[in-house]
Design a protein around this ligand. Sequence first.
Ligand SMILES: Nc1ncnc2c1ncn2[C@@H]1O[C@H](COP(=O)(O)OP(=O)(O)OP(=O)(O)O)[C@@H](O)[C@H]1O
Ligand SMILES: [Mg+2]
Length: 224
Amino acid sequence: MQGTFITATGTGVGKTWLACALATACVQRGKRVAAMKPIETGCDPEPRDAIALAQACGNDSLANASGFYRAKDALAPYAIERRGGPKVGSLRALAKRIRELGKEADYSIVEGIGGVLVPIDREHTIADLGALLDLQTVVVARNDLGVLSYTLTAMEALRRRKISVRAIVLNHVERSSRQDLSRLSNREVLADYFPRIPVLRVPRVQSENDLVDAAVELYNTLKI
Ligand SMILES: Nc1ncnc2c1ncn2[C@@H]1O[C@H](COP(=O)(O)OP(=O)(O)OP(=O)(O)O)[C@@H](O)[C@H]1O
Ligand SMILES: [Mg+2]
């Protein structure tokens, strides 16, 4: 399966926005895309990310595909399991299902959940699903003070699992107009640490539709 696994340094950093923009860029170039969120929590009642992704690739049925994990509580799946809620079950079975759904498309976009080491059960994290899928991995990070340590931590965790990263995306999510000096050097510092990995910068925009340029840059970087 050709595709990308979109993971991040944490929750709310722009995985869904970027994944939707990338899906749109693919569709505009005539690709058939399957954009999926196989594990989603905080579904109250709908899986909002999965719906946005499914709409972006023009295949609404992907939002609620059978075999995908959905839970109401906005928690990590293992935290939900500990409260007596549903379990994710076999990651191998989930990866197989994702591949099946991906067969009908030229390119698959799979959003993780939260950051790289969200606990799925007592033994596994979302990175283990990423390793099973073996796609082009993209790490999204919030471009503000602190991102260097968050990104280095995420990269170490991925490397330990032999997941090679195709791109790091520094996304300007922060709403405040406060000057953050780190934004002037975050990209260059990370580029020094990872000279073989493209580090892309995404500006703050009004809506995900405005991320077209960023999505095209990522599209070209991934050689889709
Ligand atoms: N480049 C951007 N410019 C402006 N706002 C952004 C940008 N990227 C993300 N956002 C805002 O940040 C919010 C969180 O983004 P998004 O839902 O894509 O994060 P996520 O990493 O998918 O979160 P989750 O971990 O919940 O899946 C969005 O609702 C959007 O308002
Ligand atoms: Mg999301």
